[in-house]
Design a protein around this ligand. Structure first.
Ligand SMILES: C[S@@+](CC[C@H](N)C(=O)[O-])C[C@H]1O[C@@H](n2cnc3c(N)ncnc32)[C@H](O)[C@@H]1O
Length: 302
């Protein structure tokens, strides 16, 4: 089977279709394209080495997967009972919520599906390090004032790197304080900028300094060197891009994690501009809504 399988994000299949343009087959949330296109941003997982297998028995299908590797995640749209029988003959994969921080094990997680009772498609290599692109965390229901910290945790787990104790972090668009809470818990020194106030108990956390200001009218030189710049500001993507360009040009920070929030229509042009920053990744996290996450790290430092 030549080509690639793209797994759509629930609610945003139209964005994937826009990016793909054409495809040869569609099975549930899976789009099969013979021509490998420039990797789309709006996908939950890309199946990089898909193959098709005609099989007679459950045990034959399970053995074929097991012979390749240990870890396989199903992505199903039909044949649920038959798939459950195959899954029962595969080594279990853990779907338990993860703590944060969590280092993703470097083992491949494949994906598979059934097209009918005797046809399986699968890929041992996928773009996401999580089973079927899904990660859940052990949530803190009391500490953070919003659930926005989950996408920051996911981004940092994807980066394989997070702020160390004492590192200086700028958190733009910080209110009510979910990201600041997550960063302060790591022991970072957080400058939290927002036009709206943060919750008092977040302001009281050690290492947190709040600045009530428009983040974009603060130049990097006004703030000074930072180990990390974060942004979860609600704004049109070009506004964020312009501000980030200033930070990149200033050389005052090497690590960036920003949410690109779509206002109405998805902004593919600015997304591509972010992706073209050398060393960047733009992806849709499992915890993202109508938004993408851009990160760019200094890989040389811990
Ligand atoms: C999605 S919320 C941030 C949630 C936050 N990251 C958390 O974890 O709780 C977006 C924030 O962007 C702020 N915002 C919008 N425009 C801004 C600007 N120009 N400068 C600073 N903050 C801005 C809003 O006040 C809002 O609090």
């Amino acid at each position: 089977m030549m080509g690639t399988v793209y797994q759509a994000i629930p609610d945003f299949a139209d964005h994937l279709e826009h990016e793909l343009g054409t495809w040869q087959d569609k099975w549930g949330s899976l789009y099969y394209a013979v021509e490998r296109c420039q990797a789309p941003f709006w996908q939950q997982n890309i199946w990089l080495e898909p193959f098709r297998l005609e099989f007679d028995s459950i045990s034959q299908a399970a053995a074929a997967l097991r012979d390749i590797q240990r870890n396989w995640a199903p992505v199903l749209h039909t044949q649920f009972r038959r798939a459950a029988l195959i899954e029962g003959q595969l080594p279990p994969i853990s779907r338990k919520p993860r703590p944060f921080p969590w280092q993703v094990p470097e083992v491949p997680i494949g994906a598979w599906s059934l097209l009918d009772a005797h046809t399986l498609i699968a890929s041992p290599r996928c773009s996401s390090p999580f089973p079927a692109g899904i990660i859940e965390f052990e949530e803190d229901k009391f500490g953070p004032p919003s659930r926005a910290y989950l996408k920051l945790w996911e981004a940092l787990v994807r980066c394989g790197k997070w702020p160390q104790s004492g590192e200086k972090c700028l958190d733009a668009g910080a209110s009510p304080g979910g990201w600041t809470w997550a960063l302060a818990r790591l022991g970072a020194e957080v400058t939290a900028v927002d036009r709206a106030p943060l919750e008092d108990r977040i302001l009281a956390m050690p290492g947190v300094t709040a600045l009530k200001h428009d983040a974009f009218t603060l130049a990097p030189e006004d703030i000074g060197p930072m180990d990390w710049v974060f942004s979860d500001v609600i704004c049109y993507p070009p506004r964020l891009y312009e501000w980030i360009q200033k930070w990149l040009a200033s050389g005052l920070c090497q690590n960036f994690v920003c949410t690109i929030k779509m206002q109405g229509e998805a902004d593919y042009e600015t997304t591509r501009a972010f992706a073209s920053v050398p060393g960047s990744v733009v992806t849709h996290l499992y915890h993202n809504k109508h938004e993408l996450t851009w990160y760019r790290l200094n890989r040389a430092s811990k």
